[in-house]
Design a protein. Structure first.
Length: 531
């Protein structure tokens, strides 16, 4: 607490100095305007087939475009595809592509570009972390498992402008999935997939003009984008500012137009003085701790894992975060289409009884004051994530006697370290929806998933998810997915912590900023008014 307050005072002082320096600036010409957006971490990749973190996805959605796009209100709108039809069975989609859709080098965006990109995503030799997103497409599951050739994927270019996609089963949310970067086309020239602005080729509303590692990414309007006349902002700058207090100070000093977080300490002042600039909204995402299921001390000790989960006071946790997060006792967030989670059965226990059970389980697991459990907790460097880790470590220490060592890493390093299970016992993770369906959260924990960092493997869980893919009855499918989530929770391979809200500060001259449940705001939908 002392460190947090001291740091806050330093940043506040810096803000006052910067604010006085920012006064008296000249009016901005909208046609030459630059949008300055903060990001709490650096993108790990700008390759749509490799992007799994939020920072990468946000930038990719400015640089690339798929068959469809999400509108400001979350509706699905035509993009590279001008129209599409679905057959009566709901398993065959025929897309008509715009002849005017162009890559930034002038080449036409063709149906075969989507075929090549999607085959690449499901190819096990590529090892794409987003391959599960394409499981709906006929043949994808067998390809991902290495049992079929990528060429057998149920997608075909009938001509330059006609693409046919076949699904294994009807999926009402399939068009929404097509707005996610995992389905975006990639230019055939492999060199163009590099992050060198000189060779950059993409098909979205912007192109990459520069990337200063650890500092910022610069984007400029793509003059060859088919809808360029409706792109109102000439330049976009993503500024990498990992500290939420630094973001706040820069925003108040006029150096940022949009933040991607808000310090809880600042909310009372902001809500009193600038309520129209505070944008907080529900967000389909969950924060959780993954437990190392591949070795001691956690893999073979169910009671120990349950004790750790039960000893966390989630309500106290979300109160400490202070910006509207919701305590999580399940993995799938509320508000997901055709789904209601069945939470951990001890959710409503009185605190005294919950802690008593946790202590009993801890003792039965073989630990006591004389046999201390020592855990290594790995997390990416971020003030609120660190605050959560410190608080949970204190709860584990107070209630159970656990000694926890925290290891913080810069985000890009963390993305690599999380795959090395020799380095951690507990891993701070989060997942936000790629599309509006419970399977997107549960598929993460399949035994073969590239995103299953815990090493969790339960054949019954996998089989239950597989059965859910074989039915077109939404009620039956819902029950199967609920059964899968119950299995996952009962195995305590993960410890749900809280469901997110999105948190932004947005300058009043930024027009068109509308929050959505995926927290994906494309720069193309925004405009800067004279100010």
């Amino acid at each position: 607490m002392i460190l947090l307050l001291s740091r806050w005072m330093v940043v506040l002082t810096a803000f006052l100095v910067l604010q006085s320096c920012g006064e008296g600036s000249s009016p901005v010409d909208p046609s030459a305007a630059m949008l300055r957006r903060a990001m709490g971490g650096e993108p790990a990749s700008l390759d749509p087939a490799a992007a799994v973190d939020n920072f990468s996805v946000q930038v990719i959605q400015d640089l690339y475009e798929g068959l469809v796009q999400e509108g400001p209100d979350g509706e699905i709108l035509p993009a590279v595809a001008s129209s599409w039809v679905v057959d009566e069975a709901g398993t065959k989609y025929t897309f008509q592509l715009r002849p005017t859709a162009r890559w930034s080098n002038g080449d036409q965006v063709r149906a075969k570009d989507f075929v090549a990109a999607w085959r690449r995503v499901v190819d096990p030799k590529v090892g794409s972390p987003v391959s599960s997103d394409l499981r709906l497409i006929a043949g994808a599951t067998a390809i991902i498992a290495g049992k079929s050739s990528p060429n057998s994927l149920g997608v075909a270019a009938m001509s330059d402008t006609e693409l046919v996609v076949r699904l294994d089963r009807p999926a009402p949310y399939f068009p929404q999935l097509l707005a996610h970067p995992s389905t975006f086309p990639v230019f055939s020239n492999i060199a163009a997939r590099s992050h060198d602005a000189k060779t950059w080729v993409s098909n979205g509303s912007y192109v990459l003009s520069g990337w200063r590692t650890g500092t910022r990414l610069d984007l400029v309007k793509n003059a060859l984008y088919w809808n360029s006349e409706n792109v109102r902002i000439a330049r976009v700058q993503y500024l990498i500012v990992t500290d939420q207090y630094a973001q706040y100070a820069q925003y108040r000093a006029g150096q940022l137009d949009i933040t991607d977080t808000i310090p809880a300490n600042a909310l009372p002042i902001l809500r009193a003085e600038q309520p129209n600039e505070v944008v907080i909204a529900p967000y389909s995402a969950v924060a959780y701790y993954g437990l190392n299921m591949t070795g001691p001390p956690l893999a073979e000790n169910l009671k120990l894992r349950q004790a750790l989960a039960m000893s966390i006071d989630r309500r106290k946790l979300v109160e400490s975060l202070g910006v509207g997060q919701v305590a999580a006792f399940a993995i799938v967030p509320p508000g997901i289409w055709n789904y209601t989670s069945i939470p951990l059965d001890w959710r409503d226990l009185p605190d005294s009884e919950r802690i008593a059970q946790a202590k009993r389980l801890y003792k039965e697991a073989g630990y006591s004051t004389g046999e201390t459990l020592r855990l290594r907790l790995l997390l990416n460097s971020n003030p609120s994530i660190r605050q959560t880790a410190i608080l949970i470590s204190a709860m584990w220490k107070e209630e159970l006697g656990v000694d926890t060592t925290l290891t913080e890493e810069e985000f890009k390093v963390f993305l690599q370290s999380r795959t090395d299970k020799k380095r951690w016992d507990v891993l701070r993770l989060a997942w936000n929806a790629d599309f509006n369906d419970a399977s997107n959260f549960l598929d993460v924990f399949r035994s073969g998933s590239a995103n299953n960092d815990t090493g969790y493997a339960n054949p019954t869980f996998d089989a239950t998810l597989d059965m859910a893919t074989t039915t077109s009855d939404s009620t039956v499918r819902k029950e199967m997915l609920q059964n899968a989530e119950k299995l996952l929770l009962a195995d305590y391979a993960v410890i749900p912590l809280y469901f997110f809200v999105s948190k932004h500060l947005v300058k009043p001259y930024v027009i068109g900023f509308k929050p959505n449940s995926f927290d994906r705001i494309r720069s193309q939908t925004l405009e800067i008014a004279p100010h």
